[in-house]
Ligand binder design. Structure first.
Ligand SMILES: *Cc1c(COP(=O)(O)O)cnc(C)c1O
Length: 427
């Protein structure tokens, strides 16, 4: 299928040409680990990567492949590799780009798992992360040196709801020929295609808004096909790979050498492949993504405005509000909607925050994000409880801070629930 169609059409059709054998309309679930070979010659060709085809579902699976093609089309990329979770995708990309002694320059405003991966886990393997301020692109430039292999940020940071100046950061990274990796989980291709702004690799957790029902865990990395890996900075992409009889990734795969590395090295050696059934669930989610995203964003903006006008609310973080410091960047990069996540402070600090959470009736008290249900969490007493007071402040987690993932229910029901819970919090 050609990728000239609109996003809404690609989300329903891209990557699946109807099963020739069964003529199944719906994408089949290929619940299989292995595949028949025609002959020993064909098997040898597959293993030598001389011929494209399925060998083993840790590397490729036809159902997962439909999802990879569909998301690559949506994001405007050339190639995509699916993983067992968003974190597996992010860790896979980091490990494919960095060796011991290399470094990552990342926005400090990150999803919790990514933050601990960069700060603690990769550090133990000799990969250092230097943190920059997503709102000040020059701070990225200050940290880049000749061992920097990846510049990293999220389209909307967590939990601060900051919107980075993407084009400036990309420009700075590309000046040093460093690849730019962007997490598009909270926005999805429906709100922004980071590749259109020069980003080289988009990583995403499919667990969130792509699934939409909180049913399955999965992740994906999409490669733009624009980055030239053959320049000096990435020796693993140009030097012969002894684990593939001297294969040179750049020579064989050109501008999608990273995807090849993710599949034939990361998935081969570390695993973390997506399950076919989960890929099927994500295909289902994708078919309604455009409809849901619109509703999520409308509801979030209305709730943000309602909270801003409420006398028991001390502040609201939502980049769709004119009063928000990230409003201008959000209008530039996210004109179709500013996402479903907002934060607010409630008068009365930690105690009022806890009371609010205990008083909501419609909203669910969970740490998940971005499914169709409205969800609330009080980070100071849950997700960020272990941090010191200063660390909490640095992470934007004030004692009265409540994070909301706004669902697709009727807005009046959401507003009524918040109104009664805020009242209850002040008693
Ligand atoms: C949830 C999330 C992840 C991790 O995804 P999993 O599928 O839970 O591993 C990464 N980045 C962001 C922004 C997320 O919200």
């Amino acid at each position: 299928m050609e990728n000239k169609y609109h996003l809404e059409t690609l989300a329903i059709h891209a990557g699946y040409e109807k099963d020739k054998q069964t003529r199944s309309v719906n994408e089949p679930i290929y619940q299989t680990t292995g595949y028949h070979y025609d002959s020993t010659e064909q098997a040898a060709n597959l293993f030598e990567l001389e011929e494209e085809g399925n060998i083993y579902s840790r590397l490729t699976n036809p159902t997962v492949r439909i999802l990879e093609k569909r998301i690559a089309a949506l994001e405007g990329g050339q190639e995509a590799v699916a993983f067992s979770s968003g974190m597996a995708a992010i860790a896979g990309v980091a490990l494919a780009l960095c060796r011991e002694g290399d470094n990552i320059v990342s926005s400090s405003s990150l999803y919790g798992g990514t933050s601990t991966l960069f700060t603690h886990t990769l550090k133990k393997w000799g990969i250092e992360t230097r943190f920059a301020d997503s709102t000040d692109p020059d701070t990225f430039a200050e940290h880049i040196d000749n061992r920097t292999k990846m510049v990293y940020f999220e389209t909307i940071g967590n939990p601060k709801n900051d919107v980075p100046e993407i084009e400036q950061i990309v420009k700075i990274a590309h000046k040093s020929e460093v690849a730019v990796v962007c997490d598009n989980t909270v926005t999805s291709a429906m709100l922004i295609r980071p590749i259109d702004f020069g980003v080289d690799v988009v990583v995403q957790s499919c667990t969130k808004i792509i699934d939409g029902r909180g049913s399955s865990v999965g992740g994906i990395a999409v490669e733009s096909g624009n980055f030239n890996w053959a320049r000096g900075r990435y020796p693993d992409m140009v030097e012969p790979d002894p684990s593939y009889h001297g294969l040179k990734l750049c020579e064989k795969f050109g501008r999608v050498a990273l995807s090849a590395r993710l599949r034939i090295q990361m998935l081969r050696d570390i695993g973390g492949c997506m399950a076919p059934f989960n890929a099927y669930m994500f295909l289902h989610g994708l078919s309604t993504l455009h409809l849901r995203v619109t509703r999520h964003c409308q509801n979030a903006l209305e709730l943000a405005r309602f909270l801003e006008a409420n006398k028991y609310v001390s502040y609201v973080n939502y980049p769709g509000l004119e009063s928000d410091p990230h409003f201008m960047n959000a209008q530039k990069y996210l004109p179709k909607g500013q996402g479903a996540i907002l934060g607010f402070g409630i008068k009365g600090g930690t105690e009022a925050g806890k009371k609010f959470i205990n008083s909501v009736r419609l909203a669910s008290h969970v740490t998940n994000l971005l499914d169709s249900r409205t969800m609330v969490v009080h980070p100071a007493s849950t997700t960020h409880q272990q941090l010191s007071d200063q660390e909490k402040i640095d992470a934007g987690v004030l004692p009265d801070f409540i994070r909301v993932s706004v669902g697709t229910e009727h807005i009046d029901d959401i507003l009524a629930d918040f109104e009664q819970a805020i009242k209850a919090s002040q008693r």
